[in-house]
Design a protein around this ligand. Structure first.
Ligand code: GDP
Ligand code: MG
Length: 169
């Protein structure tokens, strides 16, 4: 039985906003300020007699000098251990060294888990076609099971992520 899904990604890509959207309520604090989520936040989506536990992780950090960053990285890494699916959230407008680092962690830790790339903040992107080359590059970086352009803020395609999570129950 498998009902846990981890939401990973660097700070500020919209992980907490996505969790709230998936659950339809505000359980995780979102903020323009990076590092707002400092602990693992879990939320349970219940439908009929099935449940999916979504885990919002603190953003992963390159910079491990500060103790709080080390702790946050550890919390994020340990939350991948028990899940059946990982949603890797990136910002549709920016790919950074921090994203690359999260991807490297995924390469080492994802194993057989279903991995979905959620390209967030597409509501921000006026020229949607400009996104395609970017998506292709990302697909070449890692064999994601799926790539879904989303807007955690507006809810665009968030139902697709939920369907994929349900499919691993
Ligand atoms: P986290 O650090 O990855 O948990 O990111 P948050 O969920 O706290 O979001 C960081 C910032 O991005 C906040 O200001 C959010 O309102 C904003 N944000 C998140 N999702 C979206 C989205 O789909 N579209 C837009 N335009 N902004 C978003
Ligand atoms: Mg957060």
């Amino acid at each position: 039985y498998c009902g846990m899904v981890a939401i990973v990604g660097r700070p500020n890509v919209g992980k907490s906003t996505l969790l709230n959207r998936l659950l339809g309520q505000k359980v995780s604090i979102t903020s323009r300020k990076p590092q707002t989520t400092r602990h693992r936040i879990m939320g349970i989506h219940t439908e009929g007699d099935s449940q999916i536990v979504f885990i919002d992780t603190p953003g992963l950090h390159m910079e491990e000098k500060r103790a709080i960053n080390r702790l946050m990285n550890r919390a994020a890494a340990s939350s991948i251990a028990d899940v059946c699916m990982v949603i890797f959230v990136v910002d549709g407008l920016a790919w950074t060294a921090d994203d690359e680092m999260v991807l490297n962690k995924l390469r080492r830790g994802a194993g057989e888990r279903k991995t979905v790339l959620a390209v967030n903040k597409v509501d921000f992107i006026k020229d949607k076609e400009a996104l395609f080359p970017h998506l292709e590059t990302l697909q070449q970086k890692f064999a994601f099971d799926d790539i879904v352009p989303i807007s955690a803020k507006n809810g665009t395609n968030v139902d697709r992520l939920l369907d994929m999570a349900k499919a691993c129950l």
